[in-house]
Ligand binder design. Structure first.
Ligand SMILES: [Zn+2]
Length: 139
């Protein structure tokens, strides 16, 4: 859990008509991805057309929320002052079981404990009453 809306000073996402189901899923504690009805591949980030086959038949599915660390770095100096209180933190790319890679933060993990290929699961961080952010923690 994080700050209330009034106290949350970091940048917030602005859900669009296309991405709204993703953000609604996070708020409900679920990871929802688009899956292409034409080629069956999963798609992330949310968009209108499948990047693999250009079909517009993208459907929302709730997925496992499990994946592995594909890559990471430890941020020790905040480039945005709003994140100064967070350092050091782990900025990571997680490869989901379903295939897509997600840029995220690892939480509940000491910086020196992060490893490439470590199993992780989704963690939903409700930063305001309207927005939950997708982070990952060790499985
Ligand atoms: Zn497709």
């Amino acid at each position: 859990m994080s700050d209330t809306a009034a106290q949350y000073a970091k940048p917030l996402p602005e859900p669009s008509a296309v991405s709204a189901p993703f953000w609604e899923g996070l708020k409900a504690g679920e990871l929802r991805l688009q899956r292409c009805a034409a080629c069956s591949r999963y798609v992330f980030y949310p968009r209108s057309v499948c990047p693999h086959c250009l079909s517009d038949r993208l459907e929302w599915q709730t997925v496992s929320g499990r994946g592995r660390v594909y890559s990471y770095t430890i941020v020790r100096r905040a480039m945005n002052p709003a994140f100064a209180q967070e350092v050091p933190y782990i900025f990571a790319i997680v490869e989901l079981e379903e295939g897509p890679r997600v840029t995220t933060n690892l939480v509940n993990c000491a910086p020196e404990g992060a490893r490439v290929d470590m199993p992780v699961k989704a963690a939903y961080d409700s930063v305001t009453s309207e927005i939950a952010l997708l982070k990952f923690e060790p499985e």
